[in-house]
Design a protein around this ligand. Structure first.
Ligand code: FES
Length: 151
């Protein structure tokens, strides 16, 4: 075999080997990356202001939030996820408190812990008015319990 022929076969083999390694690495990365993210969007519209009544909060089960509407103060959105182990709390209008059915935590109307084992208060989310007039909640944006949106 001539020296030139040996070198060109060697180069071709090296190129083929690098290509195979590159394709294999691409396949591994593609395999390890999820094609679909199942986490629900953290920012979403919940409807028009008129859809919500005054008085007891509206519970949106899918989003796990309570929407409060007050004539003087406006709208506020509280998380329904207990800060202990993540159960869904209920709001009781008669004592105006959130109660967790799992381990008995009680939260005041502003979300403060009144009775453990929950370690932290309930979270409040930012609610804004979208361009189309609907209310928009952003779960990535935590606000103080005093935050309100007047529409
Ligand atoms: S999950 Fe709510 S008190 Fe344990």
């Amino acid at each position: 075999m001539k020296r030139r022929s040996f070198t060109s076969w060697g180069t071709a083999g090296l190129v083929a080997l690098c290509s195979a390694v590159g394709v294999s690495l691409g396949a591994v990365v593609r395999f390890l990356t999820p094609s679909v993210f199942y986490e629900p969007p953290q920012s979403f519209k919940i409807g028009n202001p008129a859809d919500f009544s005054f008085g007891p909060p509206t519970f949106l089960a899918e989003e796990k939030i309570f929407v409060f509407r007050d004539r003087e103060k406006g709208f506020a959105v509280a998380s329904a996820v207990c800060t202990h182990l993540g159960c869904t709390v209920g709001y009781f209008q008669d004592d105006q408190r959130f109660h967790c059915p799992c381990h008995g935590s009680v939260f005041a109307a502003d979300g403060a812990v009144e009775h453990g084992p929950a370690p932290r208060p309930l979270v409040w989310f930012e609610v804004t008015a979208a361009r189309d007039g609907q209310l928009k909640v952003d779960k990535d944006h935590v606000v103080p319990a005093t935050y309100r949106l007047m529409v």
